[in-house]
Design a binder for this molecule. Structure first.
Ligand SMILES: [Zn+2]
Length: 66
Protein backbone atom coordinates (compact mmCIF):
# COMPACT_ATOMS: atom_id res chain seq x y z
CA UNK A 1 0.00 0.00 0.00
CA UNK A 2 1.34 3.36 -0.99
CA UNK A 3 0.26 6.53 0.70
CA UNK A 4 1.12 9.88 -0.76
CA UNK A 5 3.21 11.72 1.75
CA UNK A 6 3.34 15.40 0.95
CA UNK A 7 5.33 16.42 4.00
CA UNK A 8 8.93 15.19 4.08
CA UNK A 9 8.95 16.03 7.78
CA UNK A 10 6.74 13.04 8.45
CA UNK A 11 9.28 10.61 7.05
CA UNK A 12 11.95 12.24 9.14
CA UNK A 13 9.74 12.07 12.21
CA UNK A 14 9.10 8.37 11.59
CA UNK A 15 12.77 7.61 11.19
CA UNK A 16 13.62 9.50 14.35
CA UNK A 17 10.87 7.88 16.38
CA UNK A 18 11.68 4.34 15.26
CA UNK A 19 15.32 5.07 15.94
CA UNK A 20 14.56 6.08 19.52
CA UNK A 21 12.68 2.85 20.07
CA UNK A 22 15.36 0.62 18.61
CA UNK A 23 16.85 -0.12 21.99
CA UNK A 24 13.59 -0.32 23.93
CA UNK A 25 12.71 -3.80 25.07
CA UNK A 26 10.48 -5.07 27.83
CA UNK A 27 12.60 -6.19 30.78
CA UNK A 28 9.95 -8.74 31.74
CA UNK A 29 8.74 -10.22 28.45
CA UNK A 30 11.65 -9.26 26.17
CA UNK A 31 9.22 -7.89 23.62
CA UNK A 32 9.64 -4.78 21.54
CA UNK A 33 6.90 -2.16 21.26
CA UNK A 34 4.91 -2.14 18.04
CA UNK A 35 4.45 1.25 16.56
CA UNK A 36 2.27 2.65 13.83
CA UNK A 37 2.68 6.17 12.60
CA UNK A 38 -0.03 7.61 10.41
CA UNK A 39 -0.68 10.97 8.85
CA UNK A 40 0.43 12.85 5.78
CA UNK A 41 1.65 15.93 7.59
CA UNK A 42 3.30 16.50 10.95
CA UNK A 43 0.14 18.16 12.17
CA UNK A 44 -1.95 15.10 11.40
CA UNK A 45 0.56 12.60 12.61
CA UNK A 46 -0.80 9.95 14.95
CA UNK A 47 1.17 7.39 16.85
CA UNK A 48 -0.44 4.12 17.81
CA UNK A 49 1.60 1.92 20.05
CA UNK A 50 1.03 -1.55 21.31
CA UNK A 51 3.13 -3.02 24.04
CA UNK A 52 3.04 -6.33 25.89
CA UNK A 53 2.46 -4.57 29.22
CA UNK A 54 2.34 -1.17 30.92
CA UNK A 55 5.98 -1.39 31.83
CA UNK A 56 7.01 -1.48 28.20
CA UNK A 57 4.47 1.19 27.26
CA UNK A 58 6.05 3.44 29.86
CA UNK A 59 9.57 2.81 28.65
CA UNK A 60 8.53 3.39 25.05
CA UNK A 61 6.73 6.63 25.89
CA UNK A 62 9.78 7.87 27.73
CA UNK A 63 12.03 7.00 24.81
CA UNK A 64 9.77 8.79 22.33
CA UNK A 65 9.57 11.86 24.53
CA UNK A 66 13.33 12.05 25.02
ZN1 LIG B 1 6.07 -6.72 28.98
Amino acid sequence: MLTATCDPGVEEFKTRTFDKLKTVRCPVHHQIPRLRIEGATLREVRITMSACCNRLAELANKAIAS
